[in-house]
Design a protein around this ligand. Structure first.
Ligand SMILES: NC(=O)c1ccc[n+]([C@@H]2O[C@H](COP(=O)([O-])OP(=O)(O)OC[C@H]3O[C@@H](n4cnc5c(N)ncnc54)[C@H](O)[C@@H]3O)[C@@H](O)[C@H]2O)c1
Length: 252
């Protein structure tokens, strides 16, 4: 792999404390990007920064609760103030909850939409003026759940569908500029999100089966490699794309 794809570039990554966000920080950091990682998990952020440093990269970090409009916008301002520019924005943080729809608490609907959708809106709106200056790009973590329905996750599916369309609509609106906007839509990835899931009682597992696919989980590192490609100049013509990374789950 070319070690200089992100030399001199600055990447703001949400969800950098864990899973896919941590792997993206490691990969972009090891390829020269100065990372500005944000997350609600301070300890996880420090762990990621340590790993990035071990790989020879640099990462600054800031605790940020993405449910707060102000904290989203402050995170973008801080990244630019501390690192001088912005080339890549990764909206990676996300949350999921499983419920029978009839029992879906409004608080969980609001949590899922505030982290998975509203934060993407606030971060993008604050970041785009800076990205236009650098002909930079945005990569959003959508999901196969944004492309097809999955039982017991109505709020998550609706939120990821919103991320898919937010990505496409932004791509159209900025099509005459140098900005690129893309999304990745994985199926299951081997991260904390898939550990200790609280499933509701009396699930009909047959309804979940099409979603699980036939080839197991992707690794966070595999998804991060796709992210790194999309965020790099190698993907210059790729704009408004929603890249499936689901072992064919959405192809059927
Ligand atoms: N793991 C999967 O199977 C899978 C599949 C498809 C899509 N995705 C998406 O990939 C993205 C990354 O998820 P992951 O698998 O790495 O999970 P993860 O749980 O390892 O990481 C999610 C990160 O988001 C952070 N976060 C949650 N709420 C936050 C808040 N209010 N403010 C700031 N940070 C907050 C968490 O602290 C965590 O570090 C998510 O958007 C997720 O929806 C995951």
């Amino acid at each position: 792999m070319d070690g200089s794809r992100f030399a001199g570039k600055v990447a703001l990554l949400t969800g950098a404390a864990s899973g896919i966000g941590r792997e993206v920080a490691r990969q972009l950091g090891s390829e020269g990007a100065a990372i500005f990682g944000v997350d609600i998990d301070e300890q996880g952020l420090a762990g990621t920064a340590e790993q990035v440093a071990e790989l020879g990269g640099t990462m600054r970090h800031r605790v940020c609760d993405l449910r707060s409009r102000e904290q989203c916008r402050d995170a973008v301002a801080a990244a630019v103030a501390e690192l001088g520019r912005l080339d890549v924005v990764g909206n990676i943080a996300g949350v999921n909850r499983f419920h029978h729809f009839a029992d879906l608490p409004e608080a969980d609907w609001e949590l899922i939409f505030s982290v998975n959708v509203d934060a993407v809106f606030h971060v993008c709106q604050a970041a785009i003026p800076h990205l236009l200056e650098t002909s930079g790009n945005i990569v959003n973590l959508a999901s196969v759940a944004g492309l097809m329905g999955q039982a017991y996750t109505v709020a998550y599916c609706a939120s990821k569908g919103a991320v898919v369309q937010l990505t496409r609509a932004l791509a159209m609106e900025y099509v005459k500029t140098g900005l690129r906007v893309n999304a990745i839509a994985p199926a299951g990835v081997d991260t904390a999100m898939n550990v200790d899931i609280q499933f509701p009682d009396e699930l009909d597992w047959k309804l979940m089966k099409p979603y699980m696919g036939h080839r197991g989980l992707a690794t966070a590192s595999e998804v991060a490699s796709l992210f790194a490609f999309l965020a790099s100049e190698d993907a210059r013509p790729v704009h408004g794309a929603v890249w499936s990374a689901d072992f064919g789950v959405s192809a059927g």
